[in-house]
Design a binder for this molecule. Structure first.
Ligand code: SF4
Ligand code: SF4
Length: 290
């Protein structure tokens, strides 16, 4: 039986492809983007969280687990999933849930009328959905002819991408850092994999949306913008979605006992300048807040 590790299923999404969609967020990513706003989607396993602000200090968790003196101690026992159960407020909980392909199909087909009436469908996002390609393939085969989108960084083995090529209608590709050394150092990803997978999608002529998170200093800098424009021109791409970055993930970092890295979004005039540069080259740009 195939299972997927899911963190969230969002019904009625309007930003992850055409029409009204259900977006499935899968857990597990092989990149380490310093601006990541979904740190709970990175580890490919279930994870315990503790949200201090929701704790009413009832100590039910401490009564359940002999190793805890206070709720925060749970970070030292990441496998103690049963110890979060007595928490009455959800201050302790688990990111990630294993869902069978059958159960996921039941959830996704609930909104079939919305998909059909709006030319919408289902989007798999993450994390990196290509890392769970076998189970995703099983689901999307059964969902057809519903429109399927995959949001991916393309930093995943080529065979995983190939699993999904036939039944995917749209790839939403997040382009990040286009310098090999910097991508390796900052994202811990091999850019050759990205380029190879991108060419595979291109060869198959599958619809593609290019997205680019505008993050200072990581992606939004002179050299990277130049490389981005070259990439768009070389590949004959005439539309790009620039993503406005935010720090709404801060509480999630704290809930996992992690530190959020420093980054900031570009000023309005910098975005305006980028838009003019792109428009001069006949590339349309949308600036999206997601
Ligand atoms: S059970 Fe929940 S609310 Fe009670 S002390 Fe533990 S974390 Fe806090
Ligand atoms: S690819 Fe997405 S999920 Fe993975 S680290 Fe980067 S921003 Fe986070």
């Amino acid at each position: 039986m195939h299972e997927l590790l899911v963190t969230k299923i969002q019904r009625f999404s309007i930003h992850d492809g055409p029409g009204i969609r259900t977006t499935v967020f899968l857990k597990g990513c092989n990149l380490k983007c310093p601006w990541c706003c979904n740190p709970e989607n990175i580890k490919p396993q279930m994870e315990i969280y503790f949200k201090k602000g929701d704790c009413i200090e009832c100590f039910e968790c401490v009564k359940r687990c002999k190793f805890l003196e206070k709720p925060e101690d749970i970070f030292r026992f990441p496998e103690h999933f049963e110890c979060v159960e007595p928490c009455p407020t959800g201050a302790l909980g688990i990111y990630g849930e294993k869902i069978t392909t059958k159960k996921l199909l039941e959830i996704l087909t609930k909104d079939i009328d919305y998909y059909n009436n709006t030319n919408g469908g289902v989007t798999f996002s993450g994390g990196e959905p290509l890392l769970q390609s076998k189970a995703v393939k099983k689901v999307i085969k059964k969902l057809k002819p519903i429109h399927i989108a995959i949001e991916t960084s393309l930093f995943a083995p080529e065979e995983n991408l190939k699993d999904l090529l036939k039944d995917t209608d749209l790839f939403i590709v997040d382009v990040k850092i286009l310098n090999h050394k910097i991508a390796q150092k900052t994202l811990q990803g091999n850019l050759k994999t990205f380029y190879k997978n991108f060419q595979t999608i291109k060869k198959e002529k599958i619809d593609t949306i290019i997205r680019f998170p505008a993050v200072k200093p990581y992606t939004f800098n002179k050299e990277n913008i130049k490389k981005l424009i070259n990439f768009l021109q070389e590949n004959n791409i005439h539309h790009i979605q620039i993503l406005e970055i935010h720090k709404l993930g801060l509480e999630k970092y704290k809930s996992l006992n992690l530190k959020m890295k420093n980054f900031k979004k570009p000023a309005k005039n910098e975005i305006k300048t980028l838009k003019s540069k792109l428009n001069e080259r006949s590339i349309k740009m949308d600036y999206l807040k997601i």
